[in-house]
Design a protein around this ligand. Structure first.
Ligand SMILES: Nc1ncnc2c1ncn2[C@@H]1O[C@H](COP(=O)(O)OP(=O)(O)OP(=O)(O)O)[C@@H](O)[C@H]1O
Length: 679
């Protein structure tokens, strides 16, 4: 110590502080600088940081030594707690000549800042560490907490969804207190205390929760918005003015792939399928029978657990998503035979316009004895009511929609009646779901309840004669009511007026005649459906005779749509294959070990791969300007994958050597190289 010149040392941060956070010799006269007061220090070349050994030998200061412990490249940064952002720049003579290392960080406490400050980097070490290029490490200067919080990190928060985060006082997710939940309890220490909401399923204005006072914070969206796919990041379609500039042989990227709207729609559906609810398992069980990952679909009710609830679930049996409909508080004395009878009868019906019923069981997982019904899941499907009158953008009801719905619902009635069953009052605009284009609908639910809670289930499901017939006749009237309600509210689907739902007994032939927005033929059908005359026995044969010509229209539109989708599908057909091929190429190309492998040199056997890679991806024009030609890439890769005999000439960049090789030979070469590295 006595060798140290105090004048020289007083400006140099003490190494003990850097390494241990304190200096035990500070009070005993350690001459180095101790009082940084937490502020970051900007140190330049003139104040090299030395290790103890060097510090004791001032003459060695001119020979700075690289020390991994204090090097910016090796030292993990601790982001300062509340101080303002300060920049620490590290530059050394060596880095000035062969590159530079810049670390921009938020202010850290003195111990962390000083240890990253100014590592003296020896030129030879720099090369040894492959640090000859520029390295910039920047930590967002706005971060003020040592724990990175992805939910609040502005860099990841898309502006379109930031409002979800913005209101920290927004009411949290309204689950009720569960007094009678049979052992279930809501813990205030739920693992997620970030404001989140279910992306697709929760209406924007939720009623205030009765348990808000308990500071319960349920996730309001999952996955969190910053991890949602940002659809706007995809290239929009080119404007037609630019498209017209294309030469006849040229295509824009959007012409080669699936149209944006279909891709976006399918991606959103996938997102809904994969959505999970980060439940602690206390309110919503994590596993129910063979089903797991329960995500509530309709939880805009305060009395969530005492009402019929719908969940999206995954089956442990086949891994597919399903909908679990829970009927709470079922009768403990309910005969299991009754449940299995309902299943046997209803699961037999296969109709494209009826959501398939898959399973039924009883469970106590919700704290009561619930009956659970399992149906196929159709992501992002909306009820007709929501589709035409609630959701934005609203799709106005048109005559085409009315005809297409009539045809499809007649199909459901036909399938169900042919099994000697009836639908019941679930044939309404809330239970008919629109699952896709063009106007594809499915009835989500039939009157299972009546049969489950009916004492004489056998009689109910197999009643022949008048009882079932009456019920079936009523189904036609429910169909008439549904179509009447849609027709009479045609104008409301263009405005903000809440549509009025008419009861069966309110619908009169006069009201039907008064509607100006629908054609006469449709009015006749409505009158036929609504009529409750004892003499008129309705059946599907009779009904369809009123609109058989419209069935051709539906068939036409459905076939046209199928053909269009097939053509879209064929555009994407090669993607998987090409992706695998590009993966293979990238796995073998550019590996570090190949740089010293003689086989990859100009005279080596693998050299054609290097040239082919450049030929496919790194084309340049006669002036050396890079050319991006996607069709060239696709054509070459397709030929390579097919392994055709066509030959191509691969030229070295200096144009002194060329190789003539066929795609077949290239394919074999790539295959064997890939196999050799995967073995
Ligand atoms: N099989 C399904 N696939 C996808 N989504 C569905 C399915 N069934 C229902 N949904 C969605 O859930 C919403 C609510 O459905 P539904 O009206 O049947 O439930 P509910 O409100 O519990 O009914 P209720 O209490 O009247 O029996 C529907 O509008 C639809 O968006």
């Amino acid at each position: 110590m006595d060798k140290i010149n105090p004048d020289w040392a007083k400006d140099i941060p003490c190494r003990n502080i850097t390494i241990y956070g304190y200096c035990k010799k500070e009070k005993e006269g350690c001459p180095f600088k101790h009082n940084d007061n937490g502020s970051a220090t900007i140190i330049n070349d003139s104040s090299p940081l030395l290790d103890i050994a060097e510090a004791t030998t001032p003459t060695m200061a001119s020979v700075p030594k690289f020390n991994a412990k204090v090097s910016a490249s090796f030292t993990p940064m601790t982001v300062g707690s509340d101080s303002l952002a300060t920049t620490v720049t590290t530059t050394s003579a060596a880095t000035n000549t062969s590159g530079s290392t810049n670390v921009a960080a938020t202010s850290a406490n003195s111990s962390t800042v000083t240890q990253v400050a100014n590592p003296a980097v020896n030129g030879s070490l720099l090369n040894d560490n492959n640090n000859s290029s520029n390295i910039n490490i920047s930590v967002p200067t706005t971060a003020s907490s040592s724990n990175y919080d992805p939910f609040n990190a502005p860099i990841f928060t898309p502006s379109s969804t930031s409002s979800i985060h913005a209101n920290t006082n927004a009411p949290s997710f309204p689950f009720p207190t569960i007094a009678n939940s049979g052992g279930m309890s809501i813990s205030t220490s739920d693992d997620n205390n970030n404001n989140m909401s279910m992306a697709n399923n929760v209406p924007s204005s939720l009623p205030p929760s009765s348990i808000e006072g308990n500071n319960l914070k349920y996730p309001r969206i999952y996955p969190p918005p910053h991890s949602l796919l940002q659809y706007h990041l995809y290239a929009p379609e080119q404007p037609s003015s630019l498209k017209s500039l294309l030469k006849p042989n040229e295509r824009s990227a959007d012409q080669l792939f699936i149209p944006n709207n279909i891709r976006e729609d399918l991606t959103k559906k996938n997102l809904s399928i994969l959505q999970v609810f980060p439940s602690s398992g206390k309110v919503i069980p994590s596993i129910v029978q063979d089903y797991f990952n329960l995500v509530p679909l309709n939880f805009n009710s305060n009395d969530f657990l005492n009402k019929t609830t719908l969940f999206k679930v995954f089956s442990n049996y086949d891994g597919k998503p399903y909908v679990l409909k829970r009927l709470p508080n079922s009768d403990k004395s309910m005969n299991p035979n009754k449940i299995s009878k309902v299943y046997q009868v209803w699961s037999k019906i296969n109709c494209t316009n009826l959501i398939k019923f898959r399973d039924i069981f009883q469970t106590t997982k919700f704290g009561d004895l619930s009956i659970c019904l399992i149906f196929d899941y159709y992501p992002n499907s909306l009820s007709l009511f929501d589709y035409h009158f609630v959701n934005f953008p609203k799709f106005p009801v048109t005559m085409d929609y009315l005809w297409i719905y009539l045809v499809q619902l007649t199909n459901v009635i036909n399938s169900i009646h042919s099994q000697n069953l009836n639908i019941g009052n679930t044939l309404n605009w809330n239970k008919v779901l629109l699952t896709g284009d063009p106007g594809r609908i499915k009835l989500s639910h039939c009157n299972f309840m009546d049969q489950l809670f009916n004492d004489d289930i056998d009689a109910a499901v197999s009643s022949s004669g008048s009882a079932m017939e009456r019920q079936q006749q009523l189904d036609y009237r429910y169909l008439g009511q549904l179509l009447f309600n849609l027709s009479i509210n045609i104008d409301n689907s263009n405005s903000n007026i809440t549509p009025r739902e008419y009861r069966l007994d309110e619908i009169t032939p006069q009201l039907i005649d008064d509607m100006r927005q629908i054609d006469d033929k449709f009015k006749d059908i409505l009158k036929y459906l609504i009529s409750d005359s004892e003499d008129l026995k309705k059946n599907t044969h009779d009904l369809t005779s009123h609109f058989y010509d419209k069935m051709f229209m539906v068939l036409e539109s459905s076939q046209t749509y199928t053909e269009y989708m097939e053509s879209v599908l064929s555009k994407e057909l090669e993607n998987g294959r090409l992706f695998r091929l590009i993966n293979k190429l990238n796995c073998i190309f550019g590996r570090i070990e190949s740089r010293i492998d003689i086989n990859w040199s100009e005279s080596g056997s693998k050299f054609p791969i290097v040239l082919f890679y450049d030929y496919v991806f790194h084309q340049v024009d006669s002036n050396g300007k890079p050319i991006m030609d996607l069709t060239h890439v696709l054509r070459c890769l397709n030929k390579l994958d097919a392994g055709i005999q066509e030959k191509l000439m691969l030229v070295t960049p200096d144009e002194l050597n060329c190789i003539i090789i066929s795609y077949k030979e290239l394919k074999d070469l790539i295959e064997s190289t890939f196999r050799s590295i995967t073995q």
